[in-house]
Design a protein around this ligand. Structure first.
Ligand code: SF4
Length: 107
């Protein structure tokens, strides 16, 4: 009976360790992704930012300018969308520009 308990204990320890390493591995991947976006000089929210997703393909020069200045540029830390997300825990409307103004659709 002692042998069985020992084997079970060993298994439990192994599984616990595996979960610990897997959790750390996932953390490492997240950190590496963040590091890559910093090295590429891209905003960490790029892949999930509604504004970027909606307007990254646009030919509109103003939007292209905002993307180059904020999403992939030197004004990244001043982005009002980031500020809103960090303050409220949810992203703002897709039509909110990094400057904080709303894009009004043309009629
Ligand atoms: S709009 Fe702001 S939050 Fe969105 S990708 Fe550009 S810099 Fe990041």
């Amino acid at each position: 009976m002692d042998k069985i308990y020992k084997k079970i204990n060993t298994r439990i320890k192994f599984i616990t360790k595996s979960f610990f390493y897997l959790k750390n591995f996932c953390k490492l991947i997240t950190e590496l992704k963040k590091y890559k976006t910093i090295m590429d000089n891209e905003c960490e929210y790029l892949e999930k930012c509604g504004f970027f997703i909606k307007y990254c393909e646009t030919k509109d020069l103003a939007c292209r300018g905002f993307i180059n200045m904020y999403c992939k540029g030197t004004k990244m830390a001043e982005c009002k969308r980031q500020e809103y997300r960090n303050k409220n825990g949810i992203p703002p409307l897709d039509d909110m520009m990094p400057s904080g103004q709303l894009i009004i659709p043309k009629k």
